[in-house]
Design a protein around this ligand. Structure first.
Ligand code: ADP
Ligand code: MG
Length: 397
């Protein structure tokens, strides 16, 4: 599907996205820059992507009329929202190319299936997930309480619908585990052993319909309260041995899935007594990812450009990372002063610093924990980027 083309019925080449959040917005920007028309399906009239798209279909994600309209408008469809029902993607795929496909999204939506997939490709990827147990029934809970003391202290995570640390409870004892499972509603969960993390990183991979694969070098991520706070994207942000292993593992996981589009795989670096630490695969997101936002400013093709190329069947450029970068997430907290009063952040100060790139998502009300935007700092050298990032973080409180 070439950008700017018009089909026999006079319709312009249009790319569609399910979900209208910030990921959809940056996807729309990338598609439009190339010359595509865009369509967003999201019920919210003020959704960040809906606000900037040629077409905005305001229905729920499973509304048959809305989905039919999306399929009618678009030559290819993607999703920015990983909890879109896999059945919806399946239905759309009957008439249009949909990337990523329902199968891969379905696996990534469920921690139990996701871990099974990681285990299935461990022999090829060389990386496994950490110790865990599945808890779907009271009987399984009792068995884990009785036999898996090795998983405590641990983290109980709902198998579905978790993000930004939501749907997770830290537990120290068998009694706390039972209470946590009840508190989470007795739904399907996994209990993971709490690992001694020395770092976290993620890898972005893009794969085309023809199997062509490109990837970015791993970025190192710092989470606060389960939410991404800072991404470090420059050479030697991780021991090179680990960086190479993570990148190769991510590529093989994407290939094993037969994935089409941009996939992000998160890894833990754990203290295993070795010089570099060990690598453990955590989870994957079947879409561009918050930890890849730096690619907009620090690479010659961004994760969103690659999503557009992959879904439309264009050649995938191997992205070149040209500048060291640090990305700071801007959560709602930045819009409040120490007394809890709303305040405008010090953009004058932040934008006076060299190499700062501000991205706001067009969300009107700032709430604590809400992703309002991000700031990427680029520069010619790592030391300078770190200094500017520290100053920017100070100005933003
Ligand atoms: P989410 O879907 O919310 O991103 P994650 O499983 O990635 O869920 O967990 C969020 C964060 O919580 C991780 O980035 C990490 O900092 C921490 N965390 C999760 N699982 C573990 C674990 N088994 N051991 C130590 N820290 C963990
Ligand atoms: Mg995560």
């Amino acid at each position: 599907i070439y950008p700017g083309s018009v089909d026999a019925a006079g319709q312009r080449a249009t790319l569609g996205v399910l979900g209208g959040g910030q990921l959809g917005r940056m996807f729309v920007h990338a598609a439009q820059r190339l010359g595509y028309f865009t369509a967003v399906l999201d019920p919210d009239a003020q959704s960040p992507a809906g606000l900037v798209s040629h077409h905005h279909i305001r229905t729920s994600y499973d509304d048959p009329t809305g989905l039919a309209q999306l399929a009618q408008l678009c030559q290819a469809i993607t999703t920015e929202f990983e909890n879109v029902p896999a059945l919806v993607l399946q239905t759309l795929a009957q008439t249009r190319p949909v990337a990523p496909g329902a199968g891969a999204v379905g696996i990534a939506q469920n921690r139990i299936e996701e871990k099974a997939h990681f285990a299935a490709c461990a022999a090829v990827s060389g990386v496994t997930c950490g110790p865990y147990a599945v808890i779907e029934t009271p009987t399984q809970l009792q068995a884990v309480q009785a036999d898996r003391a090795d998983l405590l202290p641990g983290i109980l995570k709902t198998a579905r619908m978790g993000y930004d640390g939501k749907g997770q409870v830290r537990v120290r004892t068998a009694a706390e585990l039972a209470a946590a499972w009840t508190a989470l509603g007795g739904v399907a969960c996994v209990l993971e052993k709490m690992l001694p993390l020395t770092a976290e990183c993620s890898v972005l991979v893009a794969r085309g319909w023809d199997g062509q694969v490109v990837s970015f070098a791993p970025q190192r991520n710092v989470h606060v309260d389960g939410i991404l706070a800072v991404t470090h994207a420059y050479e030697d942000n991780l021991p090179p041995v680990l960086a190479t292993r993570a990148r190769e593992a991510a590529v093989s996981i994407a290939q094993h899935l037969g994935y089409v589009g941009v996939l992000c795989i998160e890894f833990f670096v754990v203290d295993d007594g070795s010089a570099h630490g060990g690598l453990v695969v955590n989870e994957m997101a079947p879409r561009p990812h918050n930890s890849g936002h730096y690619t907009l400013d620090a690479c010659d093709a961004s994760q969103f450009d690659l999503q557009v190329h992959a879904m439309a069947g264009l050649p995938l450029p191997q992205p070149r990372h040209h500048s060291p970068a640090i990305m700071l997430n801007l959560l709602g907290e930045v819009w409040f002063d120490a007394n809890g009063q709303l305040q405008e952040p010090d953009w004058q100060g932040v934008l006076s610093l060299p190499g700062t790139h501000l991205h706001l998502y067009g969300k009107l009300d700032a709430r604590p924990g809400r992703k309002m935007g991000h700031l990427t700092i680029t520069g010619p050298d790592v030391a300078g980027v770190k200094t500017v990032a520290r100053r920017a973080a100070d100005l933003l409180g």
